[in-house]
Write a protein that binds this ligand. Structure first.
Ligand code: GTP
Length: 247
């Protein structure tokens, strides 16, 4: 039997056939409705539903493919760039920007049973990020000083949390603040100091092309902020740790 219905007809109450919205649009809509910030250096992992990260990877790969085509690269015939779009999507979502899309690694804290209140420093911790302006690497080292409070976390966990925080597009000033917030949340120290020295490839590789320039910044909170001798002790300990590197 031949249907007499117009091809665009859809039964009452059902939505006309429409392509599903791209996952990035669904996500953005959800974040906006919840009033959640999704700046380049924000983490949005808890707002991703099951399977959405995989869908996002497919969507991003499609856009990178279009970017390569717009750059007039013959991805259909160039064996070197054939799967570049997929690699770049994987790299952004699961490696270099994983700190936006993945949850913080599990970090256990323990009670400070002996009530230790002497400061200690950890470093250098390698940090790898990308600047928000050009999305090119920021590579450097970080030192963390702690005057413990009621909780302590394992030494290796400072590297894990730093890696997670820095693996987002950033400016260095904000990266250090976000790292400080996370460490304070994890172990509520009486004092916290962080120093970061990094080279920015947007200044090294392009732009002013300064091969040696680095940016150094620090943040001091709690007792490190109120007690100048504690602050000097932190910078002195960092100097000693740096000297160890050249021996
Ligand atoms: N404060 C700060 N600046 C940064 C950081 N990373 C990159 N930048 C700078 O951000 C600036 C962006 O400058 P724009 O003038 O918007 O971009 P541009 O025209 O490409 O600038 P040039 O790099 O001078 O060529 C550059 O000067 C970068 O060196 C960072 O972590 N902190």
């Amino acid at each position: 039997m031949t249907s007499t219905l117009p091809s665009s007809f859809s039964p009452a109450g059902s939505a006309p056939d429409a392509a599903p919205l791209p996952v990035s649009l669904r996500l953005r809509d959800r974040l906006e409705k919840a009033g959640v910030s999704f700046l380049a250096n924000d983490n949005i992992a808890e707002h991703l539903l099951d399977g959405e990260l995989d869908q996002l990877e497919i969507e991003v790969a499609g856009k990178v493919r279009e970017l390569l085509r717009s750059l007039v690269i013959d991805i259909d015939n160039d064996h070197n760039t054939e799967e570049t779009a997929e690699r770049v999507a994987r790299m952004y979502l699961h490696e270099v920007f994983k700190g936006r899309y993945h949850h913080q690694p599990k970090i256990a804290s323990f009670p400070n049973v002996k009530k230790l209140d002497e400061i200690y420093t950890v470093g250098p911790i390698s940090v790898r990020s990308a600047c928000s302006h050009h999305l090119v690497p920021i590579l450097g080292n970080c030192w963390i000083g702690i005057k413990p409070g009621d909780q302590v976390i394992g030494l290796s966990k400072f590297s894990r949390v730093a890696d997670w925080v820095f693996s987002r597009p950033h400016i260095q000033e904000e990266a250090v603040m976000i790292l400080a917030d996370e460490i304070e949340r994890l172990c509520k120290p009486q004092g916290l100091a962080i120093l970061v020295k990094a080279q920015h490839y947007c200044m090294k590789w392009r732009g002013v092309k300064e091969p040696q320039t680095s940016m150094v910044n620090s943040i001091v909170r709690g007792d490190f902020r109120h007690d100048p001798s504690l602050k000097s002790e932190f910078f002195e300990l960092v100097k000693q740790q740096e000297a160890l590197l050249s021996t």
